[in-house]
Design a protein around this ligand. Structure first.
Ligand code: NAD
Length: 286
């Protein structure tokens, strides 16, 4: 039989086409969505991510500002910039690229972002809103996981979803979003006993642990939807997921590749959040 490969790159391009049209519609109402990206220091990976975010904004007609600050920027200076961006009407979304240099308290910085502009969805109030079911901007990678599943034609409601990993940026919010979609959700983590047996019960298995190819076909129920969030760099420079792709190809019903699965969705959902924030700021229905 063989798994249906969920092509994140294609799905992401399809969504970007829809977003492009939304931006055109908003511009007709004199609304231009705006994103501010803040980069502190010279981390090479962060520089690449910020570059792709800027490029995608340009492609979609979203106004973008990139604030590149030196590594020795003080926490106070950064907080002052956030305060300015919170009050700047041309900016609907603020993203501070993580990790920040060690002398800056990441939590203090995230907490300072106005919740209406929290396009990363990491602010405690955004997390709380998601949990109680109020409107909020959703964390990008978890939102991307849900879009991939839905756009592959899979019904989430009533399914048993198992999430492996419980980080604040992936595992926990993915679990919360699956619950919101009416799945029955189990969360596994590094201290879970009997994980293989639990994972094997999953109709939908989402893996976000940061361990190269740790999950193979022994963890997968025949026909299950397997979403691999992991991005791991191999010694030869290539990327690999947390799921052993080859091993699961025959067993899984649906499977995401790495690269080209969840990865491309993250920036796309960031763009989507920026547009949503712009709509809300202008009283336009989302
Ligand atoms: P993390 O290190 O913060 O959390 C890992 C989680 O996995 C922890 O909750 C831990 O309990 C659990 N875990 C670790 N080893 C385990 C094991 N052997 N069995 C069961 N659970 C185990 O990682 P993260 O930030 O959640 O990221 C996870 C992966 O997703 C990484 O590979 C990361 O690069 C990737 N990621 C990708 C994207 C994207 O696609 N854009 C975004 C964020 C993270």
């Amino acid at each position: 039989m063989g798994a249906h490969i969920i092509e994140g790159k294609k799905i992401s391009e399809q969504i970007r086409g829809e977003l492009l049209q939304e931006v055109v519609n908003l511009k007709a109402k004199n609304v231009v969505p705006g994103l501010a990206v803040v980069l502190v220091g010279e981390d090479p990976a962060s520089k690449v991510y910020v570059g792709s975010k800027e490029k995608t904004c340009i492609e979609l007609g979203i106004y973008s500002e990139v604030h590149r600050l030196p590594a020795e920027t003080s926490e106070q200076e950064l907080l002052a910039l956030i305060d300015r961006l919170n009050n700047q009407s041309t900016i609907n979304g603020i993203l501070v690229q993580l990790p920040l240099p060690k002398h800056i308290n990441e939590k203090a910085v995230i907490d300072a972002i106005s919740v209406e502009k929290d396009v990363d969805g990491f602010h405690p109030q955004s997390v709380g809103n998601l949990t109680i079911g109020d409107d909020s901007l959703l964390p990008c990678t978890p939102a991307g996981v849900i879009e991939l599943i839905k756009r592959s034609g899979v019904d989430i409601a009533g399914k048993h979803a198992v999430v492996i990993g419980r980080s604040n940026i992936v595992g926990k919010p993915v679990a919360m979003l699956l619950l919101r979609e009416n799945a029955t959700v189990t969360i596994c983590h590094s201290r879970t006993a009997g994980m293989e047996e639990i994972a094997k019960q999953a109709d939908i298995l989402v893996v976000a642990i940061g361990r190269t190819k740790a999950i193979d076909s022994r963890y997968v129920k025949p026909g299950a939807v397997v979403i691999d969030v992991g991005i791991n760099r191999l010694p030869d420079g290539k990327l690999a997921g947390d799921v052993d792709y080859e091993s699961c190809l025959e067993t899984a019903g649906y499977l995401t590749p790495v690269p080209g699965g969840v990865g491309p969705m993250t920036i796309t959902m960031l763009m989507s959040n920026t547009i949503t924030a712009a709509k809300r700021a202008n009283g336009i229905e989302v």
